[in-house]
Design a protein around this ligand. Structure first.
Ligand code: TXA
Ligand code: MG
Length: 326
């Protein structure tokens, strides 16, 4: 197995990354949401390497990353008004648009679907890489399939030690994946809640269908990747309404605790590893994966998470925690 290389994204680092990408190899890079595992979207060899490295099922399509909205549009057969308006408002940023794929765009990055998911990331290193390689980059999150998404270069290496190169952009600012919106037919439909809030999207397209909450039954999902178990740490994840003695006693030790409310000393006294995250959904979401990674590293058996509040603002966090514990 090859040792990964975490490199500074200076001119030399970018040169190494571009050489890999142009040679049909993969390379990991930071975005403002999570790290991506990039490959030339027009290379069957490179795209299949992404699937192989991640252990990703062949039916799950990838997001294609480009530098700007004009390039995005060139990959689409149809560019509906909703796409133009959302792109104008939120790109570069944590929004992925699903559109009908143009004929010249190969089907393999889309797992054979007639659509393609496209995103223009805002992270300066992602932007620099896209400019330097002049390729559309198919890039899923840079982790083993179903595992926790990476929000640092070290997370990538731990999950995918075979990746030849990781451009180190530090910690991801938003920490949760992009919001995926399907504008390929009729009313825009949110397929995956994410770092961009539903309320912001509604400010532009007035109507957007939201995904049904709770874990969706197989066969009813329009986004193939929204499978039941996903975004999961090694430890078992349970949601608890609060951390009283009785709740804690029922958990299989060693226990990790993830909360957004200060804990009373009873819980801390039992030797649990405790992560206290910000009490707002953006702050909590930004820290969530990093905290789950840390708890996993401590070797806890159970991660007890204080159940997130109701309300649309917490939708993406609830979605990830639902899948992490499925
Ligand atoms: O923030 C993000 O979106 C990150 C960074 C790296 O950009 N990427 C990411 O990719 O989260 P991934 O592969 O882990 O998740 C992509 C999601 C999956 O749920 C997949 O099924 C869905 O987007 N998707 C991709 N192409 C699609 C398509 N043509 N139709 C419907 N869903 C699609
Ligand atoms: Mg992923």
């Amino acid at each position: 197995m090859r040792t990964s290389q975490i490199v500074v994204p200076d001119a030399e680092g970018l040169r190494l990354a571009v050489a890999l990408l142009k040679g049909d190899k993969v390379c990991a890079f930071p975005t403002e949401t999570v790290y991506g595992l990039g490959a030339n979207a027009f290379s069957a060899v490179a795209v299949s390497a992404v699937y192989r490295l991640k252990g990703r099922p062949a039916w799950n399509p990838l997001i294609v990353h480009v530098g700007n909205a004009d390039m995005a549009r060139s990959l689409a057969a149809v560019w509906p008004d909703a796409a133009a308006e959302l792109a104008q408002r939120f790109w570069p940023g944590p929004l992925t648009l699903v559109v009908v794929r143009a004929d010249h765009v190969p089907a393999f990055a889309s797992a054979g679907a007639p659509t393609v998911a496209i995103r223009v990331p805002a992270h300066p290193v992602a932007q620099a890489l896209l400019r330097a390689c002049e390729l559309p980059l198919a890039a899923p999150s840079a982790n083993r399939s179903e595992g926790l998404s990476p929000t640092s270069a070290e997370h990538v290496v731990r999950s995918l030690p075979e990746v030849p190169l990781v451009l180190d952009g530090g910690r991801c600012r938003l920490g949760l994946e992009s919001t995926v919106v399907d504008v390929s037919c009729g009313t825009p439909r949110m397929l995956r809640p994410g770092a961009l809030a539903a309320a912001d999207i509604r400010g532009v397209v007035s109507v957007v269908d939201l995904p049904r909450e709770g874990v969706t039954a197989p066969g009813t999902v329009r986004s193939p990747g929204m499978g039941k178990r996903h975004y999961a740490p090694r430890a078992r994840v349970v949601l608890v309404p609060d951390f009283d003695e009785a709740a804690l006693q029922r958990l299989w030790p060693p226990v990790g605790i993830l909360t957004y409310r200060p804990l009373d000393s009873a819980a801390v006294g039992r030797g649990a590893q405790v992560e206290v995250l910000p009490a707002d959904p953006q702050g909590f979401g930004a820290e969530l994966y990093a905290a789950l990674h840390r708890l996993d590293e401590c070797g806890v058996s159970t991660i007890a998470v204080l159940a997130p509040p109701d309300g649309e603002g917490w939708m993406a966090v609830r979605d990830r925690l639902d899948r992490a514990r499925a």
